[in-house]
Ligand binder design. Structure first.
Ligand code: UDP
Length: 240
């Protein structure tokens, strides 16, 4: 597999074409951002940890029947994925109150949310990725009602699978963000990455954050928590 030209530079990933039609080359970088990219830092080893965690979680979801863009990992920071056209919507699922949900609604921190809360955000850096309700999204032709139904239902299935897997390794999945895209065959599937950059994870024993909140809140070295997540997932999947 040959790496082609740079297609897209993300906040923590660079995406390239390859010599194989329909397959993209994703490189995880060490960059960490907060405040919608206004704060940026390089964190040694973060790319490698996120790549390894995302690899394990996508493989697990694939085994469990969640159709997604993931193909394989070909080096510590490089993954191959199916090319999809990403819908400009971020799907956030919340099991416990944290982050913006606390600041925006004055919700008690870590309140158990029943039912789980789904939110759609319009992916637009210039607008700071605003929250949008279903009617706003449909009326502005950002996505159709059918697409919202698929994304909600897939996000629910992913939430159940990931919450269960993390529970087994002593971690609570607080919230996470997903993105979806269209394949060449016009199937809307799960894409992007599954890592502690995009989810909140709390250690059930210590109560420590094992995710990007450590960077957002300046609590120390984020990679300590990411390594714990990776070690426990690896142990769980090799024991199976
Ligand atoms: N999230 C993300 N990218 C974003 C916004 C949120 O991956 O652009 C994730 C975030 O890591 C968390 C969840 O979505 O796991 C909910 O984030 P929230 O809306 O609370 O925003 P935050 O406080 O993280 O900025």
């Amino acid at each position: 597999m040959e790496k082609g030209s740079l297609l897209y530079t993300g906040k923590a990933k660079n995406v390239y074409t390859t010599d194989q039609a329909g397959i993209l080359w994703v490189e995880y970088t060490n960059q960490a951002t907060a405040l919608n990219g206004k704060r940026k830092e390089q964190i040694t080893n973060k790319g490698q940890l996120n790549s390894a965690i995302s690899d394990l979680l996508f493989k697990y979801l694939t085994q469990q029947g969640i159709v997604n863009h993931y193909v394989e990992q070909i080096s510590p920071v490089v993954q191959l994925v199916k090319q999809v056209t990403i819908l400009p919507i971020e799907v956030v699922v919340r099991n416990y109150a944290a982050g913006h949900f606390v600041t925006k609604y004055n919700a008690p921190e870590m309140k158990h949310l029943v039912p789980s809360v789904h939110e759609f955000y319009f992916k637009d850096d210039a607008l700071d990725d605003p929250f949008m309700n279903d009617e706003q999204i449909i009326a502005l032709d950002i996505a159709t009602e059918a697409e919202l139904v698929i994304m909600r239902s897939e996000a629910n299935r992913v939430n159940k699978l990931l919450s269960d897997i993390f529970k087994k390794i002593g971690i609570t999945l607080i919230d996470f963000k997903l993105e979806f895209g269209y394949t060449a065959e016009q199937q809307l599937i799960l894409a992007d990455e599954l890592s502690p950059d995009n989810m909140r994870l709390i250690d059930d024993v210590t109560g420590d954050s094992l995710d990007k909140d450590v960077f957002r809140k300046n609590l120390g070295d984020v990679t300590v928590g990411y390594q714990i997540v990776l070690d426990r997932l690896q142990k769980l999947f090799t024991e199976k």
